[in-house]
Ligand binder design. Structure first.
Ligand code: F6R
Length: 364
């Protein structure tokens, strides 16, 4: 049942305020002021390193979470795609928390990576959407993301719910390790409680994304740029775009632009820049200027303050609500998904069943 939407993907994008509200309620309890993990929780004493492994969109959720675990909890994190991790035979030592993220819980490479860590890691934890899945069953602790069934092959609500659960886990690690003040913790929990409403507002960018997508649908190539927490999101935006619209899309860390990819820029290439006005914003502005100086068409996704500060020359923009910088990946996932969705619709592709792709990849 598409609940009045043309595609399951549109329905699942629109559902994000509700499903994230569910996840937040589940992990922050009725009061919303403390973190509760299932099954007796997780003891971070004795954990001095995290290894996070996943594939595709779930891998980008892990890359995002690396910033959170490192910055909030000061825990070193290694992130890898499961197909590389499993055959590299990396050292996994005591004190390592091995964390696997998978919507289906059945991805062959992720499951094999989990089995490799069994008997080596201190604890095996998974973040899954299907609680009865193999990955959930074989973990010491499985954290549900509560996204509900996801039918569209391109993952949308599962991604934002994965991010939400991973952020809560990073906050719990920071709390247990005494690396976050009570005030800062409460202010981030409060931002999480307010997130469903903020996401509801962000969905209003749908019409802007739709209008923009008519123009993006003409492109042969699209670049996505982001810094810090926006870098993994740029990767996710490019993956979503190529998966369902079949337009070649690539993402780079903004600072990498001048180390090669800038050679691709001309007046035919739209460059989507994801940049809320955070501590790194000024750096991104100078990267945008480099793009514009070469005729590149910049699409800036930012908040009111960012759009004000970005000056002239921006080709198109999408204005996002303001939110604590820590939460921006969850919010900015929406325009990334909406742009891909509307571009695919404009191109007339099979949005829910893109060619060559399967929802659950149970063979390597
Ligand atoms: C992209 C997408 C895939 C999956 C990947 C992992 O939209 O859906 O990249 O994220 O195949 O799948 P799970 O999360 O089921 O392990």
């Amino acid at each position: 049942d598409k609940a009045g939407h043309k595609h399951f993907m549109a329905k699942e994008i629109a559902e994000q305020p509700q499903v994230i509200a569910e996840a937040v309620k589940h992990y922050l309890g009725q009061s919303g002021h403390s973190i509760t993990l299932p099954d007796g929780g997780l003891d971070f004493t004795g954990i001095d390193r995290l290894v996070m492994v996943a594939c595709g969109t779930a891998y980008y959720a892990c890359l995002t979470a690396k910033y959170w675990f490192e910055q909030l909890a000061r825990l070193p994190v290694e992130v890898d795609v499961a197909s590389e991790f499993r055959y590299r035979e990396p050292p996994v030592t005591e004190g390592t928390l091995a964390l696997f993220v998978s919507q289906s819980g059945e991805t062959a490479d992720t499951l094999a990576a989990l089995r490799y860590c069994r008997d080596k890691a201190e604890r095996i934890v998974s973040v899954v959407n299907v609680p009865e899945s193999s990955i959930a069953r074989e973990s010491d602790l499985a954290l549900p993301i509560l996204a509900g069934t996801e039918i569209g092959v391109a993952s949308t609500k599962a991604f934002s719910c994965q991010l939400t659960v991973l952020l809560i886990l990073a906050l719990e690690a920071a709390r247990q390790k005494g690396r976050i003040s009570e005030e800062r913790l409460e202010s981030l929990l409060s931002a999480l409680r307010g997130l469903p409403a903020t996401l509801g507002n962000a969905l209003e960018t749908d019409t802007m994304a739709e209008a923009l997508s008519l123009e993006l649908a003409e492109a042969q190539d699209i670049l996505f740029l982001g810094r810090g927490l926006m870098y993994p999101l740029a990767l996710e935006g490019a993956l979503k775009m190529k998966e369902i619209s079949y337009i070649h899309a690539e993402a780079y860390a903004s600072g990498e632009l001048k180390h090669g990819p800038i050679a691709l820029i001309d007046k035919h290439v739209p460059v989507v820049v994801m940049a809320p006005r955070d501590a790194l914003f000024e750096k991104t502005v100078s990267n945008m200027q480099e793009v514009m100086a070469r005729g590149g068409r910049v699409v800036l996704i930012s908040d009111h303050a960012g759009l004000e500060a970005a000056q002239d020359g921006i080709w198109r923009s999408i204005e996002m609500p303001m939110v604590d910088p820590v939460l921006t990946p969850i919010l900015y996932a929406l325009p990334a998904q909406l742009m891909a969705y509307h571009t695919a619709v404009a191109k007339g592709t099979d949005v829910d069943q893109p060619r060559n792709l399967a929802k659950s990849v149970t063979v390597e």
